[in-house]
Design a protein around this ligand. Structure first.
Ligand code: FMN
Length: 302
């Protein structure tokens, strides 16, 4: 059968599916995502310095082609998570990436260094949350700030550093800056700012009004971003947005991603989605006469 393992720089994923950040938040669930769900790698919830309660309910709403969430980066704080949850997540025996959501360079550096010391396989810098001020999208759309954050974190860490971007006008500039600063991979894209109105209450559904749209609704936009980034970058890409079956995953691989993240489909469908996507990719490769995933990465480019 074709080889499903993929190398993302120095990391080896057992198959090209990775749990996206923020979907399953405790260590035991991250372990299950690998052992039962079949994920080739997992990413933790984005961590901050201090514990964050997040926004009041409702924080998530199902819409026609996906979800809109405004969780507000709720997490127990990095120290608590790294001490109690990371060890459980690591028992899944796949790469565990710790997602970091800093509000300045110092916070990114502190949490990333602690993640390395606690045994993370890599860190994913969340430069892209669309609904929390001063964290995320505001940073990812400032290429100079992206350069500074990635350079500082890379300078301090031995483990790989992935930079995750959202949809901004500066996406290609920011990704080039991240690559120039030494990022080992780029993840594209995070959720897209959106809202939903309750037509009976005649007001927004989410307590925060705005949230991030994910799922099938954003898939073609995410594929476009990966396709564009593949044209200009040399480092590996990881596609994120609307993967729910092997076809949507293969589309990302052909556009230039070496792996795909799966988020909303875990909530909307099932934990086993990773196994199903991986088996589907394997059958596709076999039927088309390819020997490995790596052979089809970027194949859609001329
Ligand atoms: C409920 C929920 C919480 C999320 N939390 C985070 C987060 O903490 N950090 C982050 O980088 N992305 C977060 N995301 C974005 C996902 O990691 C992913 O990039 C996005 O949902 C697109 O993938 P999907 O269409 O497969 O869900 C979250 C998404 C959802 C639906």
């Amino acid at each position: 059968m074709p080889k499903l393992t993929v190398k993302i720089g120095s990391l080896k994923f057992s198959n090209p599916t990775e749990l996206a950040s923020g979907i399953l938040c405790n260590g035991a669930l991250l372990r299950r995502t690998a052992t039962e769900g079949g994920a080739g790698a997992v990413v933790t919830k984005s961590l901050t310095n201090e514990r964050r309660e997040g926004y009041p309910n409702p924080t998530i709403v199902g819409v026609r082609a996906g979800l809109i969430n405004a969780i507000g980066l709720s997490n127990p704080g990095y120290a608590e998570f790294l001490r109690h949850e990371l060890p459980l997540a690591r028992e899944g025996k796949v790469c565990v990436m710790v997602s970091v959501a800093g509000s300045d360079v110092g916070e990114f550096l502190r949490i990333s260094s602690a993640a390395e010391d606690s045994g993370a396989d890599g860190v994913e810098l969340n430069l892209s949350c669309p609904h929390v001020k001063k964290r995320g999208l505001e940073m990812g759309s400032d290429p100079e700030l992206v350069h500074e954050v990635v350079k500082e974190v890379k300078g301090a860490l031995k483990i790989p550093v992935h930079a995750k971007f959202g949809l901004t006008d500066r996406l290609t500039d920011a990704a080039l800056k991240a690559e120039g600063a030494g990022a080992d991979a780029i993840v594209a894209i995070n959720t897209i700012k959106a809202t939903a109105i309750d037509i009976h209450a005649r007001k927004p559904v989410l307590s925060n009004i705005y949230g991030g749209l994910s799922g099938p609704a954003i898939h073609s936009i995410a594929v476009r971003c990966v396709y564009e980034l593949y044209e200009i970058l040399s480092i590996p890409l990881i596609g994120s947005g609307g993967v729910e079956d092997w076809q949507t995953a293969v589309e990302f691989l052909l556009a230039g991603a070496r792996a795909v993240q799966i988020g909303s489909a875990v909530a909307i469908k099932e934990l086993n989605v990773f196994n199903k996507v991986a088996r589907g990719i394997e059958r596709y490769l076999d039927t088309c006469g390819f020997k490995s995933v790596e052979e089809i990465v970027g194949c859609a480019h001329g």
